[in-house]
Design a protein around this ligand. Structure first.
Ligand SMILES: *Cc1c(COP(=O)(O)O)cnc(C)c1O
Length: 371
């Protein structure tokens, strides 16, 4: 029976499995019985379906989202001696991937409203860094697209590639066009809690450039052009056949899942009215709400209050990347990052997953208003 006081988790990948259990179990069983466990028909079919869903010709399945971004950069010939501009308010994976390619992450500041890479700060970074900047990596944080017009203009002016980090933005759009279709090449993650999530690790690179796609195919499997003969310096990062079969089942529901996320967001946006809590109520066209974030000066007290009511929440992210021990010496920060540093002190992600009920969303809003 539905218990109105039962805990509400921040995210719930199990609910997604339970909802599709019969289809997922069937898909897994088909792979098991098929006997092809690496780069077989399920990966090929998923690559086809995912590319079609996004609206591009080429998708290449890889081991995870971090590898997707690393191989995207490497497929453009970006590596040692190069620099890549991105945001410091993102999953650390974004910077890990840039470093793994051999390049140096260079951080520009975010806008204070959405937390997305700020175009004016990117422009200043390109003008002042003194580094050999080769690419801009916009991150469509929380499911909202970065300003792809302004970023495209800067990239064109400085002769830079755009490589999109779409790990939080499956299906997000900017002026009606899908995330992933703006860059020369784009990276997706299928980590279980993402809008399109596997039951384990997974990732994909998408592109319209067949040379780039071919290089990613080589890079993901030891640089093999033909079997057992490495043409280039590759890695082992293949999308798993089981995960691909599961992702094919879930892809069919992605549009509807994103719509459910948007209706939960609509409840939050209309019901939360505590003056100590700020949230964005403006235009959210194209936003797929990977996360729904609010801000509070006393964020930790809000988080404890929610927790005392059985409501989960998370902080994305408690420290900017340039403030983290592994990165403070390995990145470049040519411009002030004051919006970024302020963001991590006040931001809080509320419960958000497609299977959440209206009643649960209302309970979260009530608990916030009580605080
Ligand atoms: C999840 C995520 C990644 C990395 O994905 P993995 O599959 O965990 O490697 C990269 N960038 C962003 C913004 C993410 O949220």
């Amino acid at each position: 029976m539905f218990d109105p006081s039962s805990p509400i988790p921040q995210c719930n990948p199990l609910a997604s499995y339970i909802e599709l259990k019969a289809e997922i179990d069937f898909a897994i069983d088909s792979v098991l019985r098929g006997g092809r466990y690496i780069l077989g028909p399920a990966v090929a079919s998923f690559e086809h379906d995912f590319a079609h869903w996004i609206g591009v010709h080429i998708a290449v399945g890889v081991g995870n989202g971090t590898d997707a971004l690393e191989l995207s950069l490497r497929s453009l010939g970006i590596g040692s001696g190069d620099a890549v501009v991105t945001t410091s308010m993102t999953a650390v994976a974004t910077a890990v991937a840039i470093r793994r390619s051999g390049a140096t992450p260079v951080f520009a500041d975010i806008d204070p409203v959405h937390g997305l890479l700020a175009a004016d700060s990117v422009a200043r970074t390109c003008e002042t860094s003194g580094l050999r900047i080769r690419a801009i990596v916009p991150v469509h944080l929380y499911g909202r697209c970065a300003d792809m017009d302004a970023i495209g203009d800067i990239a064109e002016k400085h002769g830079l590639a755009v490589v999109e980090d779409c790990a939080q933005a499956h299906g997000a759009t900017w002026k009606g066009r899908r995330a992933g279709t703006f860059g020369a090449v784009s990276a997706f993650s299928f980590y279980p809690t993402k809008n399109l999530g596997a039951i384990g690790d997974g990732g994909a690179v998408i592109t319209e450039d067949s040379d780039v796609g071919e290089r990613v195919r080589l890079l993901r499997e030891y640089g093999w052009k033909s079997r057992y003969v490495s043409d280039i310096d590759g890695v082992n990062s293949r999308l798993d056949e089981l995960q691909a079969a599961i992702l094919r089942v879930k892809l069919v529901r992605l549009e509807a899942d994103n719509a459910r996320r948007r209706s939960i967001a609509a409840i939050y946006r209309s019901l939360i009215n505590n003056h100590k809590v700020t949230l964005h109520r403006g235009n959210d066209d194209g936003h797929v709400y990977h996360q729904f974030v609010v801000h509070a000066d006393d964020r930790n007290s809000l988080q404890s209050h929610l927790s005392s009511k059985g409501i989960g929440s998370l902080v994305h992210y408690p420290a900017a990347i340039h403030e983290q021990p592994a990165f403070s010496q390995a990145v470049s920060t040519p411009v002030p990052l004051s919006n970024t540093e302020r963001w991590s002190r006040t931001v809080l992600s509320l419960p958000m997953f497609p299977q959440m009920t209206e009643a649960q969303a209302m309970r979260v809003a009530e608990a916030i208003n009580e605080w």
